[in-house]
Design a protein around this ligand. Structure first.
Ligand code: NAD
Length: 259
């Protein structure tokens, strides 16, 4: 119960990693707002948490809108709590040849992946600074550092997340607010099945880059986010923690088993 009495907002919390994160924070005592464009699914998941005895609520939130982010934070505050934890998770990828990427593609991913995290970080930080405490966790990716050539807008936005995280971490450190990021490798979600695990050949290609010889689980990302959000990480700020089964360290490839 390391988040007992704390209030949290998780964006993109209706599915995948964001949902696992909301479930983990709620299970550890936080009151959690599940903020997502897919409000029906977010409401269903929040209701399920409430029925299990946890504190949760949902709100429709498109992170490319500052007003939507503010509404999500205000919903958390309306439950009588200061905002303690902000998880800027919502994001998506796009596969396209670099020669075909157009302005619209760049703007769309920029607005959701990077501006969403910018709004979420700034709006949360403005409140946390007044309290003198708070923890913000942004969603980066291996692709902030390593390249998939047909995912240019995604890689650029995730690289931006890393610097957004570090600049805010340093600026806000004297004010008691910590800012970190997580950079997952390949985690089994609907999004990764669309973007990098489309068929067996693609799955084997991904596995050849993972020393732990398996894909990651959403709960394994949620565990690290929960740690960064907690007082156990009270001296950790400005870090991007890669959750990748060892991929970051690997030169060349590893053998993939036949099954
Ligand atoms: N799955 C992976 O392997 C992986 C790896 C590295 C980074 N990530 C990052 O993790 C985050 C979550 O990915 P996932 O795999 O869980 O995806 P997912 O598609 O399973 O879930 C994403 C959620 O975000 C919501 N969403 C999308 N656009 C939104 C917007 N504009 N405003 C609010 N909510 C929005 C969707 O409705 C969905 O509920 C993303 O930022 C992604 O880039 C995922």
């Amino acid at each position: 119960m390391k988040h007992r009495g704390k209030s949290a907002v998780v964006t993109g919390a209706a599915n995948g990693i964001g949902l696992a994160c909301a479930v983990r924070l709620a299970n550890e005592g936080a009151s959690v707002i599940l903020a997502d464009v897919d409000v029906e699914k977010a409401e269903q998941e929040a209701q399920s948490l409430v029925e299990q005895g946890f504190k949760a609520a949902a709100i429709r939130c498109d992170v490319s809108s500052r007003a939507d982010i503010v509404a999500a934070i205000e919903l958390a505050e309306s439950h009588g709590d200061d905002l303690h934890i902000m998880v800027n998770n919502a994001g998506y990828s796009l596969k396209k040849d670099v020669l075909e990427v157009d302005d619209e593609d760049m703007h769309r991913l920029f607005n959701v992946n990077l501006m969403g995290a910018f709004y979420g970080t700034q709006e949360a930080a403005r409140r946390m600074v007044k309290q003198g405490a708070g923890s913000i966790v942004n969603m980066s990716s291996m692709q902030a550092a390593l390249v998939i050539p047909d995912q240019l807008p995604y890689g650029v936005t995730k690289a931006g997340i890393n610097q957004l995280t570090r600049v805010n971490a340093v600026a806000l450190a004297p004010k008691g607010v910590r800012v970190n990021a997580v950079g997952p490798g390949t985690i089994l979600t609907a999004a990764s099945q669309r973007s990098v695990l489309q068929n067996d050949a693609a799955r084997r290609s991904v596995l050849s880059r993972i020393p732990m010889a398996r894909l990651g689980r959403t709960e394994e990302v949620a565990g690290v986010i929960s740690f960064l959000a907690s007082d156990d990480a009270s001296y950790v700020t400005g870090q991007v923690i890669y959750i990748d089964g060892g991929r970051n360290c690997l030169n060349l490839t590893v053998p993939v088993s036949e099954d």
